[in-house]
Design a protein around this ligand. Structure first.
Ligand code: HEC
Length: 175
């Protein structure tokens, strides 16, 4: 039985248990939330409107950052990208500071954590990426792998990764 300990953003430790029977041959069932993912480097931030309604951070491990910073596609095996998300909350104190509703910040963790794990051989059937969704208290299902893959195929020419590395201030422009 494959059991992974997942430290979910904002919450305590949570056991995520992957089903082993039906999906024993599905390699993606071995995806666990890597320890320390919360401390990875920021690739970018995103805001989802509508039903999803959240504020998100896209983080990458070293292999992912190294490639994305240089815009080098496809990403190498071992690259992992994590998508964290929180409720999109008004910061109450900001209205006081600005004299009007102004700032919105990350509230409670929302919409789980999503991972993309690169292994061109193992995940060949989904473009070389293993996709996984982690929700608190729920064992994750890989049934949606192909739905993840289908939508991410929109950016096939960027190795299925939507977010680009958010640029830094140009060097030399600040003293
Ligand atoms: C309907 C389309 C759609 C589906 C389905 C979808 N995604 Fe995405 N995903 C996106 C878009 C658009 C972004 C970029 C915006 C953002 O970061 O929210 C994104 C971003 C990501 C990122 C950050 C890396 C990147 O590509 O920018 C990860 C990781 C991710 N998705 C994982 C998943 C997983 C895992 C699933 C399935 C459980 C999934 N996605 C299903 C559209 C989709």
């Amino acid at each position: 039985m494959l059991v992974a300990t997942a430290a979910l953003a904002g919450g305590g430790a949570c056991m995520v248990q992957a089903a082993t029977d039906a999906g024993a041959t599905n390699a993606s069932h071995d995806i666990a939330l890597p320890a320390g993912y919360r401390d990875w480097t920021l690739i970018s931030v995103a805001r989802e409107e509508g039903r999803i309604d959240d504020l998100r951070a896209i983080l990458g491990n070293e292999a992912a950052i190294e490639a994305l910073r240089k815009g080098r596609y496809p990403l190498p095996d071992g690259a992992v990208i994590a998508r964290l998300a929180w409720s999109y909350d008004e910061l109450g104190e900001s209205a006081q500071a600005f004299g009007q509703s102004q700032s919105h910040v990350a509230g409670h963790p929302k919409n789980g954590v999503q991972l993309m794990v690169k292994d061109a051989t193992k995940y060949a059937s989904t473009g070389g990426w293993g996709y996984a969704q982690f929700d608190p208290g729920k064992s994750y299902s890989t049934a949606d792998q192909h739905a993840c893959f289908a939508c991410h195929s929109v950016v096939k020419d960027r190795d299925f990764v939507f977010n680009r590395f958010a640029p830094d201030l140009p060097t030399g422009t600040h003293p």
